[in-house]
Design a protein around this ligand. Sequence first.
Ligand SMILES: Nc1nc2c(ncn2[C@@H]2O[C@H](COP(=O)(O)OP(=O)(O)OP(=O)(O)O)[C@@H](O)[C@H]2O)c(=O)[nH]1
Length: 496
Amino acid sequence: MQDNVMSKAIAFKWLRGITFMVLWLTVWAVAQLMEYTAHASVWFPASGLTYAALLIIGSSAVLPLTFCAVIVTLLTCIQYTLPLNLPQAIQAGILFAGAHIIPYWLSALLFVWIAKLDRLSTPGMIILYIIHSGVASLCTTVLVIYSLVFSNMMPASDISQAWLAFWIGDYAGVLILAPLFAALLSQHFEKKHFILTKYLSPNQTKASPFYFCKIMLVTLLVSFIMLLNQYTQQQESAFVIFLLVLPHMWIACTESALFNMLSLTYSCLLIAIFVNLFGLNEYVLIYQFAIIIVAANALFGIAVPALVADNEKLQAIITTDALTQAASRQHFMQQAERAVKRSLNDEIPLSLIMFDMDNFKTVNDTFGHSAGDKALQSVCQVAQLSLRPTDLLGRFGGDEFVALLPDSTHLEAQQIAQRILTSVNQAEVAPGQPIQCSFGVAQLRQDQNFTELFNAADHALYKAKQQGRNTIVNAESLYAQDLSTKNNNTDEENLV
Ligand SMILES: Nc1nc2c(ncn2[C@@H]2O[C@H](COP(=O)(O)OP(=O)(O)OP(=O)(O)O)[C@@H](O)[C@H]2O)c(=O)[nH]1
């Protein structure tokens, strides 16, 4: 039984390895279709697959990649009828494998190591990736060209004119396709060296309803520019391809990472096909550089949703109390100052309810801090249920909450406070131990600012505590009492 499971696992690994090799050879064949001069393609997608495999699978990818390198060398010898016998061709293949794999492998190892340090954010990782893939593809280019020369597969005189196109083709292949291939391989290899989803979240896999229109725009733009280039046969018209950065930035800022990369792949394929179709070999370097610039820009677009999400998280941390999810004191004050100004300008009522749990210190001491925390959360939840969406509940201190009620008189606020008190009393810290709170209610007067309104509600709360707790005191009744006390004193003074 165990042997059966083992042999199935081995068969699966072989099948996966062979599938990977078939994929690599297919991708290489596609690059051959885009070859515009001996050994140089408009872009070389196979380098993207190599980099992705070394990044995700690591050393396990080296053997299948070496096999592939030997096979394509043999095919190249046949394609160009090179004067090499079989052992020489195999030797050349192994040399090519080393030159192609080693720089990408070292670069992937360094990239994984830096990612594991966990010091860089998504934009930092993207910059690192753009630089890394550029340097790695340059090193690969130098080594591969010299390996071709050394193996008599390419004359040394071709180096000066081939290296730049060779490099940019490889660079474009890695830059654009490695993330896509990495996403593909991540789904099929359980033991991953690099976790791509840490930087590209899985929910980034849907296209917007306008994606098709954006792709149509890209298609029209590329077709128009390349037709123009073919018609005019001038360098200037080839440079117009740099305008492609505009729709791609639009896609980058509005679409998910996956569709961003897919549209880049589509543009590159389209350009490569047109170059071959119209014989625009003379201008190929311009197109290659345009691909790199557009891709590097669009890659930064991937960071935009991540930056927006980070910003939203920070905003939530600043504006929300972590324990109760009520507004933080700072956020509450900001909102309250604005609401007070609006209320005074428009002469509409505004009230404040201030409440504080009763004997909360005893709750903590008797039932423990976490029971106290739960009680705070319950109070907040029941208070939120009694408030309208336009009201704002804030946590001001340990067990002290404030509710801002725009467009409400002190009588309406008192009713709401009563509703909160009733529901709070139905919640329990422990069986038979209802939660209790004291409330102070105040309405904004025309001659008051927020601090004065706050002090009035605070004073009312203090009175509620004095009156034996678990009750509500309205500041209006205190003003009335103050007034009658003042009148009585004046009457007494007059009598004296
Ligand atoms: N569990 C818990 N306790 C807290 C938190 N913040 C403050 N406290 C405690 O809340 C208690 C607040 O007590 P006070 O408001 O001073 O007094 P009280 O016991 O509620 O008495 P009265 O307000 O006079 O009814 C203190 O014991 C604080 O340690 C918190 O986040 N969680």
